[in-house]
Design a protein. Structure first.
Length: 143
């Protein structure tokens, strides 16, 4: 049995609701991403600007944001290790390690949210294509 015009109109309304819901979810996720990025940057700022602790640890090193599975090697890694062993007090090491662990956890949460947003965007694109198809069928029904 073929679909009627009412079936297509109902499908179109359903797709419009799904699109609106997905847009709202993507907006919510986007807000969460912005908050996580701000928190990540704040933690980095604490590491960079707390001279009593962080400078003792990062003196003569160039610490950059490193991707999750990338190994940090070479001259700067050696300098960092030396700074950690020789110059930093146990309190400074604890401070740096705690801040670094928090920043890493925020970075992992940020990566998960970005993946969730990308998936939501893909779903939204599919829903929009389906809506366009159904809208075209409804328009063509009268031609």
């Amino acid at each position: 049995m073929a679909k009627s015009l009412e079936d297509y109109k109902s499908e179109k309304r359903s797709l419009e609701r799904q699109i609106a819901n997905r847009r709202n979810q993507n907006a919510r996720i986007s807000g969460e991403i912005r908050r996580l990025e701000a928190a990540y940057d704040k933690m980095g700022k604490i590491k960079r600007s707390n001279y009593d602790n962080a400078d003792k640890v990062r003196d003569n090193t160039k610490l950059d944001k490193v991707a999750g599975n990338v190994k940090w090697r070479g001259k700067y890694k050696d300098q960092f290790d030396n700074a950690m062993k020789d110059r930093a007090t146990p309190a400074a090491k604890d401070f740096f390690n705690s801040i670094d662990e928090i920043q890493d956890e925020i970075g992992r949460a940020l990566d998960r949210k970005r993946g969730e947003y990308n998936t939501g965007s893909s779903i939204l694109n599919g829903l929009n294509r389906a809506w366009n198809d159904v809208s075209g069928i409804v328009r063509n029904w009268f031609n």
